[in-house]
Design a protein around this ligand. Structure first.
Ligand code: ADP
Ligand code: MG
Length: 695
């Protein structure tokens, strides 16, 4: 790479390129569409399409595709070449405004949760001009939404854009009350991405990794992560080469990859970008995950994004850093130095406290997948209980406001919000509680529950909407007030009083917190199956409908897609275990049993009694083999039942209560056998082989 600032965004049709290539009035009109959501004129679209085509061809592209984000959680694309015949049958390059604005993939095979019957299978994709087009593998990718002909969202981008709109509308109402100047408010997101890099040759030898992206068997190696020698450790040359190439690829795509380091577990790493608008951040995170996988392959690695690839070793998450800012670039979660800024900040802070308390269920649901369930609450990731961390200082300030008592060191003066200056709180004291699911970290919130494999669209749709909803209630109340300051004071005081149960600054990993949370009446939805019944509750349906983010029909379809994905993943994992147990593990144990039995027999024939190691191991392995065989039979039967019940309401609970415990039972037996069977006779690479290949 020549020069990082020159190469940055070289494959992106960004504002700089647009400005250079488009006539001034077209550029202005497009900007209004991008930043004010104004409708796009077809004549403008034609000019933009022409410029995009010229630029794409000049940069070596041959195809274009509407790049969209269906409910699979990953991205989808269908490529068309720019080629078209002219009247004489000669090849010309063509790309019209119509083709730019709208595409029609035959999209009948994407999950739609019943929104699209197969006879009306076509959905359509529509250009999202707020996210820049880019070139990937010789194709011009046009970020797009994906909807049914009835206008129902079939993707993750449409509701994200709708929620951004709701947030903008409600936040502007609040700013108006404070007299703060702004034309537009948007959410900013910086997702920290964790991942594992595993040697490809070793990876391919394990059916569980290949099929499920995580190990379903595997005894704990003698060394796990207890020495904490991997976190921020020196990066090994092979990994470093991967990271270098990954950064370069991402920079060309305009992704602001910033920080890279080793994470807590062996073979685990993290990449964090510089934050940007939630929409672009979501697109960029998808590109990041895709690029990680592609580049890993070139270096003989497989990049694992699944949330819990190894038992007993930290899984991977994706911290969703979230803040809101105005078009003037002011971060509205930044505590200020004037009474005005402080009052506004406190109001936004209290809005989030109330939003998180009232919608614990939705935040939990937004991170619910079979994979992520395996790490939440396991002393490596936040618990499944939602709470909010504010740090001692802000918590103390809120307590004083609630009780109407003066601050320490401020004499007898009682603070009135909007008139007095808050004591300043140093930023760095607000962070460093890694056990909280939702932490205020100085000028942003950090939602730490999302799993490494999931799109950040889901969590941000929820955060945007619940926050917008509370801002709406606040604005309704304050707009009516005769005395703004006193209404503001009482609103903040009341909000703290009513919702302080959600504030928790202690150790989220402790058993004591689980008990305390129960006493406070907080939800503890341990699994996806526990969370699903809350999905389309009256409260939630009304919330999303109120802000035009989801219709009831869309909510139900999404709930059903989530439920089905959960059951399918669990059943695929269960079947993979059965396959490995019966075709690899039991035969391997049998092989070693035969070897031991031969030794014992030979010794007996020689008139010598077998040493204890041989005779006892033989007995132990026979018992384990029987146990594994028994568990295997039970798991097979239960999985059959799940397969037959997919799509039915009771299926997720069947996975949780029957299949997952049986998977654990089968694993226990097999993992114990692994520690006994002779080295070299185990049928696939062990944790030690997988995690320390590079040492
Ligand atoms: P850590 O959480 O590891 O201490 P950082 O403070 O560096 O890390 O931030 C992590 C992520 O938060 C980065 O992606 C960063 O861009 C993002 N971030 C920082 N400030 C904001 C903000 N105001 N809004 C949204 N994301 C932010
Ligand atoms: Mg962080």
């Amino acid at each position: 790479m020549k020069n990082i600032t020159e190469e940055f965004g070289s494959l992106v049709f960004d504002r700089g390129v647009m400005k250079k290539m488009l006539p001034e009035e077209v550029y202005r009109s497009l900007k209004h569409t991008m930043y004010r959501g104004e409708d796009l004129d077809i004549t403008v679209a034609n000019v933009v399409a022409g410029a995009m085509k010229e630029w794409a061809l000049a940069n070596g592209a041959t195809h274009y595709t509407h790049w969209f984000q269906p409910m699979t959680g990953i991205t989808a694309e269908k490529h068309d070449s720019f080629l078209a015949p002219d009247e004489k049958g000669r090849a010309i390059a063509e790309f019209s405004g119509k083709a730019l604005i709208k595409g029609e993939p035959d999209a009948s095979s994407f999950p739609s949760g019943g929104l699209r019957a197969t006879f009306e299978a076509r959905g359509y994709t529509a250009w999202d001009p707020t996210s820049c087009a880019f070139i990937k593998d010789g194709s011009l990718c046009i970020p797009s939404v994906f909807c049914s002909y009835g206008g129902e969202a079939l993707d993750k981008k449409t509701p994200l854009l709708r929620s951004a709109q709701a947030l903008n509308v409600q936040a502007l109402r609040i700013l108006k009350l404070f007299g703060t100047e702004a034309r537009h408010v948007e959410a900013n997101v910086g997702p920290e991405q964790e991942y594992f890099l595993i040697d490809k040759e070793m990876f391919m030898k394990r059916e569980d990794l290949v099929v499920c992206g995580r190990t379903l068997f595997g005894a704990k190696p003698p060394k796990g992560q207890e020495l904490e020698d991997h976190y921020f450790g020196a990066i090994k040359p092979r990994v470093s080469a991967f990271m270098k190439e990954l950064d370069e690829e991402l920079w060309k795509l305009g992704v602001f990859a910033k920080t890279r380091h080793n994470e807590a577990a062996p073979c685990q790493h993290e990449l964090a970008p510089v934050y940007c608008s939630a929409n672009t951040a979501t697109d960029h995170n998808q590109l990041t995950m895709e690029t990680m996988k592609k580049v890993a392959d070139r270096h003989g690695f497989v990049c694992i994004l699944q949330e819990k690839p190894f038992n007993g070793i930290n899984g991977s998450g994706k911290h969703d850093n979230w803040s809101i800012s105005t078009d003037k670039g002011v971060n509205l979660l930044e505590p200020g130095s004037s009474p005005h800024e402080n009052a506004q900040f406190l109001l936004f802070l209290c809005a989030m406290i109330k939003a998180v308390d009232e919608h614990q269920d939705l935040l939990r649901i937004s991170v619910a997948t079979a994979g992520n369930d395996l790490r939440l609450g396991k002393s490596e990731a936040p618990p499944a209980i939602i709470s909010i961390f504010l740090g001692d200082e802000i918590t103390h300030i809120l307590e004083c406001i609630e009780k109407g008592v003066p601050y320490d060191g401020r004499g007898s003066e009682q603070m009135e919000i909007g008139l007095h200056v808050l004591p300043s709180f140093p930023k760095d004291t607000t962070d460093r509680n890694r056990t909280s699911p939702f932490a205020f970290t100085g000028n942003k919130f950090e939602f730490r529950m999302p799993g490494s494999a999931m799109s950040v669209a889901g969590p941000n749709i929820v955060i945007n909407t619940i926050f917008a909803d509370v801002l709406m209630q606040f604005a309704d109340e304050l707009e009516k007030a005769e005395n703004f300051n006193s209404a503001l004071n009482s609103l903040i005081r009341r909000t703290v009083k009513e919702h302080k149960r959600i504030i928790f600054n202690g150790d989220g990993y402790s058993a004591e917190w689980e008990r305390e949370a129960e006493r406070r009446g907080l939800l503890n939805l341990r699994t996806t199956a526990d969370a699903l019944p809350y999905y389309a509750s009256k409260k939630n349906v009304e919330l999303f409908a109120r802000h035009g983010v989801f219709t009831e029909k869309e909510m139900i379809s999404r709930r059903d897609i989530l439920a089905e994905a959960y059951c399918k993943i669990v059943s695929i994992e269960a079947l993979t275990m059965c396959d490995m147990a019966s075709r690899d593990i039991l035969p391997a144990i049998g092989g070693y049993i035969t070897e031991l039995a031969d030794t014992v027999n030979a010794l007996a024939a020689a008139g010598v009694s077998a040493p204890r190691h041989e005779s006892e191991t033989l007995e132990k392995l026979c018992a384990l083999s029987d146990g594994i065989y028994g568990s295997l039979g039970k798991l097979r039967e239960a999985t059959e039942k799940v397969r037959a019940a997919i799509g039915e309401a009771e299926c997720p609970a069947l996975c949780r209560d029957v299949v997952l415990p049986l998977m654990e039972e089968l694993r226990r037996g097999a993992d114990e056998a692994e520690t006994i069977v002779k080295r070299g006779s185990w049928p696939f690479p062990t944790y030690g082989d997988l995690l320390y290949y590079n040492d």
